[in-house]
Write a protein that binds this ligand. Structure first.
Ligand code: PLP
Length: 371
């Protein structure tokens, strides 16, 4: 049996929809992009949002829009995908990397408080794999120190905190639509915010700096980071059935939890209090993680590591603008021990039973057999 880690769920109506789009001849950014933006706005409850070519370019544009000064600092968690901090690094900003919690994988607020200074202007917390941030704590710190929150919610469309959807709580929330995410546009990202003025600026920036006020005026110096109608069409197709996708994924996750919580040597990612995880990824920690991945893959199951400890990678290790705060032990532990298991809407109970059977087999191997 061959089991992928993730698989997009796109309904068959896409074939007709694509034909219709091709007939219009309008393949660049257009009405479909606008419609997708409105649907995400409705879904998340934010005031406005703007689509980009990816979450990474969306993050880049938001950072650019903040006009940070030379000595301003950005704080970000050390356990993530490099894209959380690479836009800041590209613009030569100073980034402080802090540790995360060992069980929910999200940014540690004690570490945040310890490392905040008057120079801290931005915090980029990551809601890891769809697990909500603890906003009660984060907003308290924001009130005290006044930083801007750009939530890297690349994996978190559909996550709720105190029954409120992610997208309308942070100053800026960035979603990704890469094919491993719960809905995909091939490549794509969105910035959601209640700051409509800033969204207007971002809309100009990603479209060559163009403002259409009757005639075309290039108001700011911009670039081209537009999401095409083609990409947006895929997003529209899936956002309409997203709640159905989420429900099915939750059922699959519940089966994983029921089975895997019996193993005392496995830890399942803890869900933040008062929130609902959107499970872009179902992740556990276990010993001999790399051997587990090799074993699962040898049986046709695509398992994957969780995230990286960013401080261990040359791009950041050797960069004078990156400051490592504290020992970062939890992020280093998680980078070595997290295992993402297959999870997708179409997953059958047979497929899931097979994953569990093979994982159980691996766990029951004697130490010297785990090669
Ligand atoms: C936490 C996080 N941030 C950002 C990104 C980048 O997203 P994109 O591929 O849409 O640029 C990813 C991609 O997986 C991610 O996991």
């Amino acid at each position: 049996m061959k089991i992928p880690l993730a698989r997009p769920y796109i309904t068959k109506s896409i074939y007709q929809e694509i034909r219709k789009l091709i007939q219009t001849g309008f393949l660049t950014e257009g009405n479909y992009t606008k419609k997708f933006e409105r649907l995400i706005e409705e879904y998340t409850g934010c005031k406005d949002c703007v689509a980009f070519t990816s979450a990474t370019t969306a993050l880049e544009a938001v950072i650019k829009s903040l006009n940070l000064k030379k000595n301003d600092e950005i704080i970000a968690p050390n356990f993530s995908y490099p894209a959380t901090i690479s836009p800041a690094i590209l613009y030569n900003h100073k980034v402080k990397l802090i540790d995360v919690n060992k069980y929910d994988y999200n940014l540690c607020f004690d570490e945040l408080s310890k490392n905040i200074s008057t120079k801290t202007k931005v915090v980029i917390p990551v809601s890891v794999f769809g697990n909500s941030l603890n906003y009660a704590k984060l907003l308290k710190l924001k009130k005290k120190y006044g930083f801007v929150i750009i939530e890297d919610a690349a994996a978190s469309l559909g996550t709720t905190y105190k029954k409120k959807k992610i997208g309308s709580i942070a100053d800026y929330t960035i979603f990704s639509f890469h094919p491993r995410k719960s809905i995909t546009t091939g490549e794509g990202g969105i910035v959601a915010s209640n700051n409509t003025k800033k969204i207007e600026w971002l809309r100009m920036f990603k479209n060559f700096g163009l403002k259409k006020e009757g005639k075309s005026i290039f108001k700011i110096s911009g670039t081209n980071l537009k999401m095409s109608n083609i990409n947006a069409l895929f997003g529209i197709n899936q956002i309409k059935i997203f709640d159905k996708i989420l429900k099915k994924k939750h059922n699959i996750v519940q089966n994983y939890i029921n089975e895997l919580s019996k193993h005392e040597n496995i830890q399942i990612q803890e869900v933040t209090k008062n929130s609902k995880h959107s499970y872009q990824t179902f992740c556990i920690t276990l010993n001999k993680r790399d051997k587990a991945i090799k074993y699962l893959r040898s049986k046709g199951i695509e398992a994957q590591i969780g995230y990286y400890a960013l401080n261990q990678h040359n791009a950041f290790k050797k960069n004078k603008n990156v400051k490592v705060c504290g020992n970062l032990n939890n992020s280093i532990f998680l980078a070595q021990h997290t295992l993402a298991l297959p999870l997708y809407y179409q997953m059958t109970s047979n497929e899931q039973s097979y994953v569990l059977e093979i994982l159980n087999k691996f766990l029951s191997l004697k130490k010297n057999e785990k090669k």
